[in-house]
Ligand binder design. Structure first.
Ligand code: ADP
Ligand code: X2W
Length: 289
C-alpha cells in the first residue's frame, strides 16, 4: 500500500479495512465516476490511486465514467445548443459525434492515463469494443423522441472476464452499439447499473457531487432500504438527477448486487472510506442486514 494513499488515511484503513479486504477478495466492484465528481485534477489522481489499491488487494474494480459537463462544454465551444428531457440529453447526429469524441476520446483516456500513472493497468473501452454494450433506442412512454439516446439491451461481459484474468482495470464509456452498428448515448448511471447486475457485482458505487441521498431537511441518509426509497420518491424528497440513481440502485439490488452506494466524489478518498470503513461516507442502499 506504500505510496498509494496518504499516510494518515493509510493508518486508519489498516485498522479497519482488513476484514473488508478479505470479504471482497475476488469480488467485482462497479464504480460509476460521474462527470461532476472528476472536476479537480488532484481528486482525479486520488480516485485513480484508490481504484489501483482496490485492484492491488485482490478486488476487481470496473470503472464506468460519465462526462456530462465535459460534453456540455465542448458543445458550447462548437456552438451546438443542447437540451435535456428528464435528465437525458437530446442527442441528434451532430451531438452524438461530439458525445462519442468527448466520452470515448477525451474523458476515457484521461481516466485510463490517471490509473496507469497511479501504478494500475487500465484499458479504455466504449460499449462498441468487443460488443460490450448492445443498445436500442430509448422508447419513452410519452412517445417523445430523444434522438440517439439509448438504453442497454444486453451486456456481453466476456471481454471483461478476459481483462480480469489479465489483471487489467476496465474503464468504460457509456456508449452502446445498435443492431446496425449505430452508436447510442446512454446515461452512465444506467450503464453502471446494468453492468453491476450482469457481473453479479459485490457492489455498485455511484460517485456524484452531493454527499449521498439527503432527507427533506438536507441531512445525509447513511442507509436506505427499498421500501424507504419508494416512500421518498413518492413524497418528492428524492427528485431530479437522484431519481435515476436510486432507481438503478434498486434494480441492481433486485438483480442480486449485494450493496449499492451513492457517495460524494469530491471527498478525498471517498471510495476507500465507503468500502473499507464501518461508517462509510455516503448512502448505502441494500436489502441485506
Ligand atoms: N434527496 C436527494 N439527495 C441528494 N440529491 C438530490 C436529492 N434529490 C434530488 N437531488 C439532486 O440530484 C443531483 C445529483 O444528480 P446528477 O446531477 O444527475 O448527478 P451526476 O451528474 O453526478 O450524475 C443533486 O445535485 C441534487 O440536485
Ligand atoms: C443520455 C445522456 O444524457 N447521456 C449522458 C452521458 C454522460 C453521463 O451520463 O455523464 P454524467 O454521469 O457525468 O452526467 C450525456 O450526454 O450527458
Amino acid at each position: 500500500m506504500n505510496g498509494v494513499v496518504d499516510p494518515a488515511l493509510q493508518a486508519e484503513i489498516l485498522v479497519e479495512a482488513l476484514p473488508y479486504m478479505q470479504r471482497f477478495q475476488g469480488g467485482t466492484l462497479v464504480i460509476k465516476y460521474g462527470g461532476n465528481a472528476m472536476t479537480e485534477p488532484a481528486l482525479q489522481e486520488q480516485f485513480a490511486r484508490d481504484v489501483t489499491l482496490m485492484r492491488q488487494v485482490g478486488m476487481n474494480p470496473v470503472v464506468v465514467h460519465g462526462g456530462g459537463p465535459q460534453i456540455g462544454r465542448m458543445l458550447e465551444r462548437l456552438g451546438v445548443a443542447t437540451q435535456f428531457v428528464d435528465g437525458m440529453r437530446v442527442t441528434d447526429s451532430a451531438t452524438m459525434a461530439v458525445v462519442e469524441m468527448v466520452l470515448g476520446g477525451m474523458v476515457n483516456k484521461e481516466i485510463v492515463h490517471a490509473i496507469n500513472r497511479a501504478g494500475g493497468r487500465a484499458l479504455g473501452l466504449t460499449g462498441k469494443d468487443g460488443h460490450l454494450i448492445r443498445a436500442r433506442r430509448l422508447e419513452r412512454a410519452d412517445g417523445r423522441d430523444l434522438g440517439w439516446v439509448g438504453e442497454v439491451a444486453r451486456i456481453d461481459a466476456e471481454i471483461l472476464r478476459f481483462l480480469e484474468g489479465g489483471d487489467i482495470i476496465p474503464v468504460i464509456a457509456p456508449i452502446g452499439v445498435g443492431p446496425a452498428g449505430e452508436s447510442y448515448n446512454i446515461n452512465a448511471d444506467l450503464v453502471a447499473g446494468a453492468l453491476a447486475a450482469t457481473l453479479k457485482a459485490e457492489k455498485l458505487i455511484l460517485m456524484t457531487n452531493v454527499p449521498g441521498v439527503l432527507d427533506s431537511s438536507g441531512q445525509l441518509c447513511p442507509r436506505l432500504r427499498a421500501a424507504e426509497i419508494a416512500q421518498r420518491l413518492a413524497d418528492g424528497s428524492i427528485h431530479g438527477g437522484m431519481v435515476p440513481k436510486v432507481q438503478c440502485c434498486l434494480d441492481a439490488v433486485a438483480a442480486g448486487v449485494k450493496a449499492t452506494h451513492i457517495i460524494d466524489g469530491r471527498v478525498p478518498h471517498a471510495l476507500l472510506l465507503e468500502v473499507f470503513t464501518r461508517a462509510g461516507v455516503g448512502t448505502l442502499i441494500s436489502d441485506l442486514d
